[in-house]
Design a protein around this ligand. Sequence first.
Ligand code: SF4
Length: 481
Amino acid sequence: MIEFDDDKLHEECGVFGIYRHSDSAAHTALGLHALQHRGQEAAGIVTYDGKQFHSHRGLGLVGENFSSAKVIDRLRGQSAIGHNRYATTGETVLRNVQPLFAEFAFGGLAIAHNGNLTNAMALRRMLVERGCLFQSTSDSEVIIHLIAISRRATVVDRLIDALHQIEGAYSLVAMTGDSLIGVRDPMGVRPLILGRVEGAPVLTSESCALDIMGAEYVRDIEAGEVLVIDDSGIESLRPFKPTPSRFCIFEHVYFARPDSLVEGQSVYEVRKRIGAELARESMVEVDLVVPVPDSGVPAAIGYAAEAGQPFELGIIRNHYIGRTFIEPTDRIRHLGVKLKHNANAASIRGKRVVLVDDSIVRGTTSTKIVEMVRAAGATEVHMRVASPPTTNSCFYGVNTPTRDNLMAANMDIAEMADHIGVDSLAFVSIDGLYRAVGEDGRSASAPQYCDACFTGDYPIPLTDHDGGDYGRQLSLLTEAE
Ligand code: SF4
């Protein structure tokens, strides 16, 4: 598993699917390009041309794998699914790159998964005992084997049979010879959206993948919904017992692209509202509000407007730095922060500054940025964070450090302020965050979102961790190698 390069949680994966479009592979490549922020380690596309499946998968960015017309031309067919990967389980090697594909007695099936299964290890042990041979170390392969051993008659019924055995967070896009299928787990932790382009149905993690191709947004797939798209139309199935949904609130804070609609809300507007809540809760007298780019920008705009304080781009981000995790040593990782950000000394020299960031995970980036802003001449440096302290790891498809590496799990606010070197530090409250997403506050008896990384209230059982350490998302790699 990739180690952490900076101070952010790393989002999961992006999935995309399109049914009956003459240019299905090119549209899928475009969609994956728009979803690139959800996973940069690998990308893959599988198409079906009415007779056979075609697949191209590779490590690296979408543009590195799908910019050649030759590759797109080889991916023939009117249906396609695609996947951007950020590993939460399993190592980054080609055999783990999705979409996963298998030939069954009933035909071929390709599957792309965003999320993480929390009972994958238990299921894998059971499946191996029954003679299943695993090709990858990805948790998603468990679904393929459960489909293979199901005794149900149709592929949709086999898939539903498999879904009843898995636990965890998942948005799935699957493709058979004659259908495209979209699934969200019973609590709808990860997003999945239905759109349409030139009459062809599209499934995607976020609406920004619709905008890139001029597709229209139709609706979000609902929690616990299985959507089957074939030549007879679109059928919505509800195979699970209804459960209150618990969408990942961190999608609003950081993961989703700000120009996306998530659960029907503009991510950008929600982030500005979080900033406004933050200002109402913990405004500090300063001369300038400065965002930590890029993800802190919308919250900083909301904060500055609410506080009535000037907003300046006091830190500039270099967009051409690439992925710092290619240099995995601590020394280089710290250097990566300096390569990525630079203080705009002309605007901050001699000023009292409040920095607004979306989240702090380990504290390494924040420490360097504060140091840089002071060195550029700021007379006071305060920090306001547009999410509550991240005190717990995520087990639902987000690559998280162990709890010992989460700053907020090990220090109180004063210690954290001291550690990163600010004059004052404050985080938005959990109720403030809920207000920003349109609730009155967090319902203690029935929380409306998954917020486990802030509260420790895990809505889906962590079966693979029962009786064990909750500090780390288990990797199947350890068991498989
Ligand atoms: Fe999202 Fe945090 Fe829940 Fe993970 S634990 S699904 S990051 S809210």
